[in-house]
Design a protein around this ligand. Structure first.
Ligand SMILES: Nc1ncnc2c1ncn2[C@@H]1O[C@H](COP(=O)(O)OP(=O)(O)OP(=O)(O)O)[C@@H](O)[C@H]1O
Ligand SMILES: [Mg+2]
Length: 235
């Protein structure tokens, strides 16, 4: 069996790649010899509960190591940022401004200056009142929103958003969709709401750890919907 090697750097143009990756989480085999080259600017990841969407993102972000195979990401400082399915897995600090200031770490600013930049940035987004808020006083959807703000402030080359719309109200979903359209980094989004990725140039349908379909968002989403309709049809 080949040895596991994780996060060797590729040249920037080569993007994210998984080469013959095997992953086991606890006693559960998740991926067996999975290979993917992930270059497109926007990639959707869909599939049933337990299909492997979060596991794929955990591999790419380096949170989990494959038992064998290679996971390759672009060069750079903290090249990959991940928005967790559960915001409480991501947030560290007690207030919004402190949490967001962490995203500016790479600038090596004095703490007060970083927090001022955060306040100015929040002000520009019409969210000045959020800066001093205690994280614990925010709703689930608001905490999810903070996680997205944190990712936007950081300068990652690749963003992995694991069901980012799940707790957001409709206005916040619309804002996130706008942000996704405008953002510079490569972005991968896992979601159960296919309308959020149907227009993507590439969507991957994972089915029990295997790639069931991989192609244009409109085609792959239609194939998944047809399969779900078949599986859930009343006899
Ligand atoms: N912490 C864990 N320990 C052991 N096995 C896990 C763990 N988390 C997930 N798994 C298993 O790994 C497989 C893939 O799970 P994963 O969380 O990647 O699925 P998912 O597609 O993100 O599902 P969902 O739509 O529910 O978020 C499943 O079989 C699951 O039971
Ligand atoms: Mg998941």
């Amino acid at each position: 069996m080949p040895q596991a090697l994780t996060l060797p750097s590729l040249t920037p143009s080569q993007g994210v790649a998984l080469e013959c990756v095997t992953l086991q989480r606890g006693s559960t085999p998740v991926f067996e010899a999975l290979s993917l080259q992930l270059n497109e600017p926007r990639i959707g990841v869909i599939g049933d509960n337990g299909a492997g969407k979060s596991s794929l993102f955990r591999l790419i972000s380096g949170l989990d190591q494959p038992q064998s195979g290679r996971v390759c990401v672009p060069d750079g400082q903290q090249p990959v940022g991940m928005m967790f399915q559960n915001p409480d897995d991501q947030i560290i600090f007690p207030t919004v401004e402190e949490e967001l200031a962490l995203s500016l770490q790479h600038l090596r600013l004095p703490r007060a200056q970083a927090q001022q930049q955060v306040r100015d940035w929040l002000h520009a987004r019409g969210l000045a009142h959020w800066a001093p808020r205690a994280i614990g006083s925010l709703s689930q959807g608001q905490r999810q929103h903070v996680c997205w703000l944190a990712l936007m402030l950081a300068s990652h080359r690749v963003l992995l958003l694991d069901e980012p719309f799940a707790s957001l109200d409709l206005p916040s979903q619309a804002l996130l969709r706008q942000d996704l359209t405008r953002a510079q980094p490569q972005i991968m989004v896992s979601t159960h709401v296919l309308g959020h990725v149907r227009h993507f140039e590439r969507v991957i349908w994972l089915d029990r750890g295997r790639v069931r379909a991989d192609g244009l968002g409109v085609d792959v989403c239609a194939a998944y919907e047809a399969d779900v309709a078949l599986r859930t049809a009343l006899n």
